[in-house]
Design a protein around this ligand. Structure first.
Ligand code: HEC
Ligand code: HEC
Length: 241
């Protein structure tokens, strides 16, 4: 293209124009750190949407997902493009989720889309996942444990660290039920939601298929959201694991 313009201008005025200065090319290290920063931003915003959903704030989760659509994504090699498109599609669907059930499944589809690329190209938050696995001290109270487990599973899913995912799920499955879920609990609906969280955790601990793990995880997050809404609590859920 530049060559054609050059020839045309040569024909037009008879004297060669100044050659344009070469565009500075980013170094490989600069490209890598730009890409890492974009990944970290995606992770932080996707986790925000998840946190809002856990709290029972469906509207907030939708707004955050919509914000994700406008995040800058640096160029990636052509074979990676379909993965990015799947992430974008899952994000758009989450932004449109009509209820907590749909939002849980679309959040799960988003995490799955991230993890599929990581699995294929060998990327993802691996160091953090290894550190989380090493630091296995759960908090004391029941609900904080729910979040601790949900965080580790989220990281395990996105980082394709199956051991972090399943060991955390098994921990939750084997922990005691929250008083709201125990035999004789006053509210049947809340009790069912809590029992299902533990059953889903058991299924997640037994699953070795990332797609299935993601679907189960989405159902679990839906239950967190539903119970908090129904119980009329809006717990503080912040930060990324
Ligand atoms: C197109 C493929 C692809 C998609 C899609 C993708 N990632 Fe990544 N991700 C990578 C690669 C490759 C790396 C490793 C980058 C490196 O080491 O420089 C990475 C690294 C990361 C990191 C670690 C960044 C760092 O260096 O600290 C996080 C966190 C992350 N991804 C989160 C996500 C989340 C969340 C999503 C989905 C919203 C996602 N990624 C979607 C390819 C992808
Ligand atoms: C049976 C209904 C129920 C389910 C299911 C449920 N929660 Fe809760 N959650 C509550 C109630 C009620 C509170 C406020 C009182 C309390 O902490 O027990 C709460 C509080 C919290 C808190 C704040 C705790 C604190 O001490 O600050 C977090 C975090 C939390 N839930 C996370 C979760 C996550 C994550 C899930 C899903 C894996 C979940 N919850 C599932 C009912 C539920």
């Amino acid at each position: 293209m530049r060559h054609t313009l050059f020839v045309l201008s040569l024909l037009a005025c008879g004297s060669p124009p100044e050659p344009p200065p070469p565009e500075p090319q980013p170094t490989a290290a600069e490209e890598k750190s730009k890409f890492s920063a974009a990944m970290q931003e995606h992770y932080a915003v996707a986790t925000d949407a998840r946190n809002q959903l856990i709290r029972g704030d469906l509207a907030g989760a939708r707004v955050t997902a919509a914000r994700m659509e406008s995040l800058a994504v640096p160029d990636v090699p052509a074979p990676w493009q379909p993965h990015l498109e799947r992430v974008r599609a899952a994000t758009a669907e989450l932004a449109d989720a009509e209820d907590e059930e749909a939002a849980g499944q679309r959040l799960a589809a988003l995490a799955k889309a991230c993890s599929d690329c990581h699995a294929e190209v060998g990327g993802g938050p691996r160091t953090d996942a290894a550190a989380a696995l090493a630091d296995a001290t759960p908090p004391e109270t029941h609900m904080k444990q729910h979040l601790w487990v949900a965080d580790r599973m989220w990281l395990g899913l996105i980082a394709t660290n199956g051991e972090l995912f399943t060991s955390s799920a098994t921990f939750l499955a084997e922990s005691e039920l929250h008083p709201l879920g125990k035999e004789g609990a006053k509210d049947d609906e809340l009790a069912t939601l809590e029992r299902q969280v533990h059953e889903l955790a058991a299924a997640q601990g037994a699953s070795r298929d990332r797609g299935e793990q993601a679907v189960l995880y989405g159902h679990m997050i839906t239950n967190c959201a539903r119970c908090h809404s129904k119980a009329g609590v809006t717990p503080v859920v912040t930060g990324a694991p």
